[in-house]
Design a protein around this ligand. Structure first.
Ligand SMILES: CC(C)(COP(=O)(O)O)[C@@H](O)C(=O)NCCC(=O)N[C@@H](CSSC[C@H](N)C(=O)O)C(=O)O
Length: 346
């Protein structure tokens, strides 16, 4: 199937119509109750609370979702930053894409750095952490247990962009009494487009000729036209733009909070200007710009009235996330590779 996205011809839906037409997620009530108790506890402890959002949002193509459009994010930025906020004394609400990386457990995930690789069977059949990892793992475990013991970390999941926006609005509104002690650190990779409820197929979109009629007669995500012989039908998807919620966050949901948002680009020539545009458009306190290819090693801070400020991890301290390889400084010195080529090779 070929997919081609038709640029939306609809005006951006206003926030109220979006939340009217796209029902709240089922867990919202329970999440809201947990967040309310959490915020109240830290409000009375006079402690700052950070809402860290992390991971990518999905746009389902069917109600009984088989296919969806995803925004790239492993959750590393959000999970790592949450740990630093906790160490700085903040309480953290970690609103994350379900199954993406979490604070502390991110060090020993199921895939990279698989936790089973650090364990062996002891003499009495007990599970033992290999001596070489005891110190580091103990440090992570102590911080994790302290965050839980002191009730300083609340972890809430989302999956779709609609779930994310409902959760963000509810939690931001609950944080309003914190005033300037509320901080929003928006590292989640949020969809700009979505498929409205009234135009989504109930069942799996069929790719063959004998496709089921669309559940409600409409068929925005539909197969039509013939692909080259021997292939299935083409899939054409007509998406609507998601409301510009970053503005609402400042104007309505949490007017006194401090807001840090992220701008993700792939074209270096666009990054700073797009981050500056976002800063002016949304009146945030800081926009952190990053490129997909170098996001682990460099970011640019764009703040009102200040020159752009780059922060870079020195080349010799960089490790490839997948292979764990360290940079080939000699090859770079010999001109056999450049830093950018090395970075892109990860
Ligand atoms: C996702 C990453 C790159 C981290 O990666 P992992 O460590 O692998 O998790 C993060 O640093 C980031 O840029 N996050 C923000 C990405 C993003 O979607 N930014 C939006 C702004 S938020 S979506 C804003 C909405 N459309 C509106 O205009 O209101 C953008 O660049 O446009």
């Amino acid at each position: 199937m070929e997919a081609s996205v038709i640029q939306p011809s609809f005006p951006v839906p206003k926030e109220s119509s979006y939340f009217r037409d796209n029902p709240p997620p089922k867990p919202l009530d329970s999440h809201t109750k947990l967040a309310k108790v959490f915020v109240s506890y830290h409000l009375h402890s006079d402690r700052g609370v950070v809402l860290v959002t992390s991971g990518g949002t999905t746009v389902p193509l069917e109600n009984q979702t088989v296919r969806f459009i995803d925004n790239f994010s492993a959750g590393t930025r959000g999970a790592t930053s949450a740990e630093y906020f906790l160490e700085a004394g903040y309480a953290v609400i970690f609103l994350h894409r379900q199954f993406s990386l979490l604070p502390y457990s991110r060090h020993y995930s199921h895939s990279t750095n698989c936790f089973l690789d650090f364990m062996t069977e002891g003499q009495n059949g007990e599970v033992v952490v290999n001596p070489g990892y005891q110190q580091k793992m103990l440090g992570v475990l102590r911080k994790y247990n302290a965050a839980r013991r002191e009730n300083k970390l609340l972890i809430l999941p989302f999956t779709t962009v609609t779930e994310y926006l409902w959760e963000l609005r509810e939690i931001a509104t609950l944080m309003r009494p914190l005033g300037p002690k509320a901080l929003f650190y928006l590292a989640a990779a949020v969809s700009d487009f979505f498929l409205p409820k009234d135009r989504i197929s109930e069942h799996k979109i069929q790719s063959s000729e004998n496709k089921e009629p669309m559940a409600n007669g409409s068929s925005d995500a539909k197969t039509s036209g013939n692909a080259p012989p021997g292939q299935g039908k083409q899939l054409k998807i007509d998406l609507d733009p998601v409301p510009k919620f970053l503005k609402s966050l400042v104007d309505g949901w949490a007017p006194e909070g401090m807001i840090v948002s992220f701008k993700l680009e792939t074209d270096p020539s666009l990054l700073v200007s797009k981050a500056q545009q976002a800063l002016e458009k949304y009146s945030h306190h800081l926009v952190i710009g990053n490129l997909l290819s170098t996001r682990k090693y460099e970011v640019v801070f764009v703040a009102p009235g200040k020159e752009e400020h780059w922060i870079r991890v020195p080349v010799h301290r960089r490790i490839k996330s997948v292979t764990g390889a360290r940079p080939d400084i000699k090859a770079m010195k010999d001109g056999q590779t450049t830093e950018q080529e090395w970075l892109r090779g990860e």
